[in-house]
Design a protein around this ligand. Structure first.
Ligand code: DON
Length: 577
């Protein structure tokens, strides 16, 4: 049968629930060889935004089949592992931040762990120099994957059988799907790496360039997913899949062992929860720095009436940059996995500390990262993907999941068909040596067996008057917390609509390097004003791919109205009904 393919990017296409019926059909609910991308949807029974239209369709279909937001989160992540191999994954890890309709906050940590044979200086050469090639590329870069454990830790909150949630992913892997233009271009950029970093041929390699509409078939991955369907968590962490991972390791000096896999489990954490004016923010705690940075940044500006300064005014941007500078200095100094190191979280997130940190902020004058060190604590008692979901009961789910860099280590597990992460690079390989996102770290984030590497991922929920108001998150390495910070302020302080809040150009500062990064379409007059204050500005490629759901009407108005916005910066897609 001749397969055809059609993707149209309709940037600001708004369509109401009745048109979504075209997306219904069997378990998958869509033709994976012919699909369209929708950037915005308004609906009231359930909404989902993810990085790929087929994954969003799977999530929406699960919602329609009676599943809740947790069911949809599980099914969508599994679908992303097939249709978005650069970041969707079963060989990586992630975080889920959720709030049940009854008001219980949930944070599940399925971040990768350093293997048992990992050691503090494993990426240093004999002269003590950091060899980032090893922490970023190939077998040794991989941490013990956490995603499958995370899915099973989410399952108790779901309603449908796991078999139903994983079936669409199995079918997409087994029967294939048409790749988008962006995916084709992206797969073409890694062909050399795939040759260099793999011990066996895999589904992502091709003699001639990939092009839009080509079918990606992943038979090995379908078998792995089938083992997970039939044997549950053990279908990944034990038996055949574990054996294939360890054999892959042995072929190229990797160190993940059968024991590392068997011992891996996801961890329940206490979500970061704080008030900002009339809003309550719920986000991810350590080992992600994201929730703490978000809390610090919002608390440092809370008393400064930023709304009155105006959206993208130089004054507002300067204030945000200075808050960012101070929290990223603390990130580098203090933050790491609290299962291994003591982090002064209470102090870092106290209102008094935020005030103290901003004492030397001077409106109109750039701060200086050489002088701005981490705060004094004293004693104290570019590839990831995000999905946002809400259902008709009011369950809110935010998931950010990652392989770290695009396609992670670019090593595929032979016979099992999935990419392994290169998350080990998120550790501080050597104090003072920046990782691939320019982040610095210290002892708090040094490598130790079984420890989780520090993350920036910030899946976040916002409530207003204790009712669902926003689900938001993004990929983007260290730019993640600052993008979430901006998206929230864009709506609640600057009065932007949800689309503009996501689409307007973003900026980023992370203490070191002492540079303000701006997207290409950032306003030149604002750049000039910031330069006049003493800031160094650099243009860079796109910042993040924010997936945002805004709850326009609460249940108190008889039924919800959700507005879901998929970022224009990729193939991201909004769906729902
Ligand atoms: O956990 C982290 O902070 C990083 N591994 C995330 C990487 C990322 O967002 C890359 N995406 N563009």
């Amino acid at each position: 049968m001749k397969k055809y393919f059609f993707v149209s990017t309709l940037l600001i296409l708004s369509f109401s629930c009745k048109y979504v019926a075209k997306k219904e059909a069997g378990t998958l609910s869509a033709n994976p060889f012919s699909y369209t991308i929708h950037k915005k949807i308004t609906c009231s029974n359930g909404a989902i935004v993810s990085a790929h239209p087929l994954a969003s369709m799977v999530g929406a279909a699960i919602l329609k089949q009676g599943g809740n937001a947790f069911d949809a989160a599980i099914a969508t992540q599994l679908a992303l592992a097939v249709v978005y191999p650069g970041a969707g994954n079963i060989g990586g890890g992630g975080f889920i931040v959720a709030r049940t309709a009854e008001g219980t906050n949930i944070a599940i940590d399925y971040r990768e762990k350093a293997p048992g044979k990992a050691s503090r200086d494993m990426y240093l050469d004999s002269a003590g120099n950091a060899v980032l090639d090893k922490s970023q590329n190939g077998h040794l870069a991989a941490g013990v994957p956490g995603t499958v454990a995370g899915l099973f830790a989410t399952l108790p909150y779901a309603k449908l059988p796991f078999k139903q949630l994983i079936q669409p992913a199995i079918e997409l892997a087994q029967n294939g799907f048409a790749i988008t233009k962006a995916e084709a271009a992206s797969l073409n950029t890694i062909q050399e790496d795939l040759k260099a970093l793999n011990t066996q041929a895999n589904a992502f390699q091709k003699q001639t360039p990939w092009k839009e509409g080509d079918t990606l078939l992943q038979k090995d991955l379908a078998l792995t997913l089938t083992r997970i369907r039939d044997k549950g968590k053990k279908g990944f962490y034990e038996g055949e899949t574990a054996r294939l991972i360890v054999e892959e390791m042995k072929r190229a000096n990797g160190i993940i062992s059968l024991e590392d896999l068997k011992n891996y489990d996801a961890a329940k954490r206490n979500a970061v929860v704080f008030n900002y004016k009339d809003y309550q923010v719920i986000s991810m705690p350590l080992p992600s720095s994201g929730g703490i940075i978000l809390q610090q940044c919002l608390k440092m500006i809370e008393d400064k009436n930023i709304g009155a300064m105006g959206f993208h005014s130089a004054a507002a941007i300067q204030l945000m940059i200075e808050a960012e500078r101070r929290s990223y200095a603390d990130r580098a100094e203090y933050m790491g996995d609290t299962d291994f190191v003591k982090v002064p979280v209470k102090k870092l997130t106290s209102d008094a500390y935020a005030k103290e940190r901003m004492k030397d902020y001077i409106p109109g004058k750039a701060g200086n990262s050489q002088q701005t060190k981490a705060g004094v604590i004293g004693k104290e008692s570019e590839e990831t993907t995000h999905l946002s979901i809400i259902d008709k009961w009011g369950n809110m789910v935010a998931v950010t999941t990652t392989l770290n860099g695009g396609y992670g280590s670019r090593t595929v597990v032979g016979g099992a068909g999935f990419f392994l992460n290169n998350e080990m690079d998120d550790f501080s390989v050597k104090p003072g040596v920046p990782n691939m996102y320019g982040a610095l770290g210290t002892e708090a984030n040094a490598i130790q067996p079984g420890k989780r590497m520090l993350s920036s991922m910030t899946p976040t929920l916002v409530l207003k008057n204790n009712q669902p108001f926003m689900v938001v998150g993004t990929p983007g390495g260290t730019t993640i917390p600052t993008s979430v910070f901006q998206s929230i302020l864009n709506i609640i302080e600057f009065g932007l609509n949800a689309e503009d809040a996501v689409y307007k150009p973003k900026f980023h500062h992370q203490w070191m390097p002492d540079v303000v990064y701006v997207e290409k379409d950032f306003s030149q007059p604002v750049i000039d004003s910031l330069k006049a204050m003493g800031y160094t500005i650099e243009q860079r490629g796109q910042i993040g791919r924010t997936e945002l759901i805004k709850i326009q009407k609460g249940k108190a108005d008889s039924a919800y109205t959700f507005e879901a916005i998929a970022d224009k910066r990729g193939d991201d897609d909004a769906d729902g009904y």
